[in-house]
Design a protein around this ligand. Structure first.
Ligand code: AMP
Ligand code: ZN
Length: 496
């Protein structure tokens, strides 16, 4: 079988910036810097958020599995994310409504976020920086952009000059495919607008209004940093001025990621990210799952079954499997039918994996294991195509089940290879929960052992020339639907 390193060269990633699948070539060979926008911790994460974090967990896992040294940074937004309409900080607002300290809100929902991601078997990132822990760095980057001439002060706030940047540095809108003139024409007039030179300009630093509780001193005012700035600051601080992968949900492409590109390029003169990756949305009833519209399901509601959308509870393991049955760039709709199918599929996969050890061994194998291995890597190397990977894993399941029921043969060496590949791809790469197969499977295993015992007794009877007993065992089993087959490799059984 080929070594992992042989497959590492073939990885292709769809880059949202170019709209193409590109061969993956990290800035520093062998090393990967990956940044994913984390949650704004003002409420419980919903299943849509969870989907995005599972998508990037699999990407992280596969890169590590291929042998890259990965530094995965995912931030916690605990300040600076304003509500679109009221322009109030989301965390301050929640704190005000609940009469709590903002940091109590942050603590409560950060803990919830970690718990949920652990339940769905996500690996933690290597660094999880917070916006409030990097205020000084955000002031520094604001100063740099001011010095370069791409930001200006207005009434104690600092705004990024999008029009000047667009004219002198690079096209603002290149990631989302927008054009600045159209954007300007379509912008609503919001609070603070009169402070800006152009409606598309965005705040790097905002002077705090008297009622705004989360505030820090700066050379310009007592205020707080803009949301887009924190990601530019924390990604480049830990990964360098240009790093490999930046991810987030599709809805962050504009304006969040567009602004990050502009900030990075204005400050450092270089595109901050080589590969922009965007995970598509989880929908419910065909509409984006979202906190603000109320069209959402919380993880605990689906795990406990306490909701009025689904008829029963689905475990975190099934939910993860369900999510991975769609490619990360496709929309996925949550439905009872799809969850039920995922539950069945997950169980079938686990049963097959856990039954490999007990398969009878032959001198040869009726399955091309090397080709199967290639198909598993090919799926993941094609922009992390998890649904194709799962379909290919099921080719292996089909074969394992044939061996189990005496319809095909496997050698001891190939048994081991297949078991390793299942472990690699199902558990290490997809991060599926390695749950001992269900009761059914335990029963299957006992059943298997009982039949094996009867086969041994029949062989003994034949060796003793006790043909009557040998025939009786065969005939009685046949009556109960179990057909014995005598072959060169010994006796196996199938169901009639
Ligand atoms: P937020 O806390 O709103 O910043 O969201 C955290 C992450 O979840 C972001 O990467 C969002 O793009 C992503 N996200 C939000 N809603 C959905 C959804 N319905 N499906 C998938 N990802 C989502
Ligand atoms: Zn971000």
């Amino acid at each position: 079988m080929k070594d992992k390193a042989a497959f590492k060269q073939d990885l292709k990633i769809y880059n949202s910036l170019t709209g193409k699948k590109e061969k993956f070539e990290p800035v520093i060979p062998g090393h990967v810097g990956m940044y994913v926008c984390g949650p704004t911790v003002y409420s419980n994460v919903h299943l849509g958020n969870v989907r995005t974090f599972i998508s990037f967990d699999v990407i992280y896992r596969y890169l590590k599995f291929l042998g890259f040294k990965v530094r995965y940074v995912r931030n916690i937004t605990d300040a600076g994310h304003l509500e679109d309409d009221s322009q109030e900080d989301k965390i301050s607002k929640k704190a005000r409504l609940e009469k709590l300290e903002p940091m109590e809100i942050v603590q409560q929902y950060t803990i919830d976020f970690h718990k949920v991601l652990e339940l769905v078997n996500n690996l933690p990132p290597n660094i999880e920086p917070t916006a409030t822990g990097h205020i000084i760095e955000q002031i520094e980057m604001t100063k740099e952009i001011l010095d370069k001439g791409y930001a200006y002060e207005s009434n104690g706030s600092i705004y990024f000059d999008v029009v000047k940047y667009n004219k002198e540095v690079d096209k603002y809108g290149k990631l989302s495919g927008r054009n600045i003139e159209e954007m300007i024409a379509n912008t609503r007039v919001l609070d603070g607008q009169d402070e800006k030179r152009n409606p598309q300009d965005f705040a790097l630093w905002k002077k705090a209004k008297p009622q705004h509780i989360m505030r820090w001193p700066s050379p310009w005012s007592n205020g707080f940093p803009g949301w887009h700035l924190e990601c530019s600051v924390m990604s480049t601080k830990y990964l360098g001025e240009q790093f490999d992968i930046h991810g987030g949900g599709m809805d962050l492409k504009f304006p969040h990621h567009e602004c990050e590109i502009a900030q990075g390029k204005a400050a450092n003169g270089i595109d901050p990210v080589k590969y922009w990756m965007h995970a598509n949305m989880l929908t419910l009833n065909g509409k984006k799952m979202s906190k603000s519209t109320g069209n959402h399901l919380l993880p605990k509601e689906i795990f406990s079954g306490e909701n009025n959308i689904l008829s029963k509870a689905y475990s975190p393991a099934v939910v993860r499997f369900f999510m991975l049955q769609a490619h990360y760039r496709n929309i996925l709709d949550l439905s009872e039918d799809a969850l039920q199918a995922a539950e069945k599929g997950y169980k079938k996969l686990m049963e097959a994996i856990h039954s490999i050890k007990n398969l009878p061994e032959s001198s040869s194998t009726d399955f091309d294991v090397a080709q199967w291995q290639q198909s598993l890597y090919d799926a993941m190397n094609d922009d992390f195509n998890t649904p194709i990977l799962i379909a290919n894993l099921f080719e292996g399941v089909k074969f394992i089940n044939q061996v189990k029921y005496g319809q095909a043969k496997i050698s001891a060496a190939d048994k081991e290879k297949m078991e390793t590949l299942f472990n690699n791809f199902a558990f290490e790469v997809l991060g599926l929960h390695n749950q001992e197969a269900s009761l059914d499977n335990n029963q299957n295993q006992s059943f298997d052992k009982v039949i094996q015992l009867l086969i041994d007794l029949r062989n003994q009877a034949r060796a003793d020339k006790n043909w009557a007993l040998a025939d009786k065992i065969r005939d009685e089993l046949a009556k109960h639907g179990v057909q014995l087959k005598d072959g060169k490799e010994g006796t196996s059984y199938t169901f009639k």
